[in-house]
Design a protein around this ligand. Structure first.
Ligand SMILES: O=P(O)(O)OC[C@H]1O[C@](O)(COP(=O)(O)O)[C@@H](O)[C@@H]1O
Ligand SMILES: [Mg+2]
Ligand SMILES: [Mg+2]
Length: 338
């Protein structure tokens, strides 16, 4: 019988044989993965665990917080603060950065996360997830602690990124900059087992994902592309397209990593949509890193997402990612328009 490779074994191999991760990053990813296991466990309890429903609070972006948003955030903070690998953390659910308390040793990395992605799907038992990103903490010779500015690094500086999706199976998808791999949670053993050892996104697709209810607000290049998809075989793209929209970015991106496709949450003409909906530091950057490592592409229309210099921790951005040929087409339509 073939022996199973666990997340730990995979990371040890990346560290020892390929020098793709440092010991600190390996331990950091293992800690995040343990936290994702705990979040997945809470998700799985649903109404039985009293974790469904909303709180009275709003996060920094003015969104009503679900109980699971807050619980997941706490699980990630608690799991990672004492490990000694981090200088600080930042989360979609917290206004500013989280310094590692003085009672714990500090490390050289920054961890950023969307603790619970797909909040609108929590209470209806549809796949949701956790997204994370790892950056290096700049070294300050003065010895001063890191600040918010230190987090504002372009996505191409990421050391690792990943997501967990809590669906019919819990899966962890990871890149340390050497391709993309996927682990499935063995619920009996409690370990993440390597099940997808080289995830690649087909270059072409005939499946798109976009929230069509926003159509009247879209900019011309997006409208042109979707019109052409809808025109099908007899239209300019010469094939029939299918549409999917789960409304959990993790689940939509996971489908694209599994069988190709294009995912779009573009900026649009609404005052609230001008900068896009998704957040660059917690959603767009880690997902773009994963998608590029799997052979796909990611753009905001004008620029490669990983090249964008962020200016604020909670900055939003338009997102078009997935199968390379389709993403490049959408990018071309934006250039034609410029
Ligand atoms: O409800 P909409 O407008 O279709 O938005 C769906 C998008 O919003 C998100 O849920 C935003 O993430 P959060 O749930 O972490 O706020 C994405 O996962 C998803 O792609
Ligand atoms: Mg999210
Ligand atoms: Mg979230």
């Amino acid at each position: 019988m073939k022996r199973k490779t666990t997340l730990t074994q995979y990371l040890v191999e990346q560290q020892r044989k390929k020098q793709a991760v440092s010991a600190e990053v390996r331990l950091l990813i293992e800690t995040v993965a343990r936290a994702c296991k705990a979040i997945g466990h809470a998700v799985g309890k649903g109404a039985l665990g009293g974790v469904l429903g909303s709180l009275e609070t709003e996060n920094v972006q003015g969104e009503v917080q679900k109980k699971l948003d807050v619980l997941s955030n706490e699980i990630l903070l608690e799991a990672n603060e004492w490990g000694g690998h981090l200088a600080a953390m930042a989360s979609e659910e917290m206004e500013t950065i989280y310094h590692i308390p003085n009672r714990y040793p500090k490390g050289e990395y920054l961890l950023l996360f969307d603790p619970l992605d797909g909040s609108s799907n929590i209470d209806v038992n549809v796949s949701i997830g956790t997204i994370f990103s790892v950056l290096r903490a700049p070294h300050h010779s003065s010895g001063r602690a890191v600040d918010e500015q230190d987090f504002l690094q372009a996505g191409k500086e990421q050391v690792a990124a990943g997501y967990a999706v809590y669906g019919p199976q819990s899966m962890l998808v990871l890149t340390v900059g050497a391709g993309v791999v996927g682990f499935t949670l063995d619920r009996e053993m409690g370990s993440w087992v390597l099940t997808h050892d080289n995830i690649t996104i087909p270059e072409q697709t005939s499946e798109f994902a976009i929230n069509m209810s926003n159509m009247r607000h879209w900019e011309t290049p997006v409208r042109r592309y979707i019109d052409e998809c809808l025109a099908g075989k007899t239209g300019p793209l010469g094939k029939d397209y299918n549409m999917r929209w789960i409304a959990s970015m993790v689940a939509d991106v996971h489908r694209i990593l599994s069988r190709g496709g294009i995912f779009m949450y573009p900026r649009d003409a609404r005052p609230s949509g001008r900068a896009g909906k998704l957040r660059i530091m917690y959603e767009a950057n880690p997902m773009s890193f994963i998608v590029e490592q799997a052979g796909g592409a990611a753009t905001d229309g004008a620029r490669r997402i990983l090249d964008i210099q962020p200016e604020a921790l909670h900055q939003r951005v338009g997102v078009v990612l997935g199968s390379r040929a389709e993403v490049e087409r959408v990018q071309r339509y934006h250039q034609d328009q410029a």
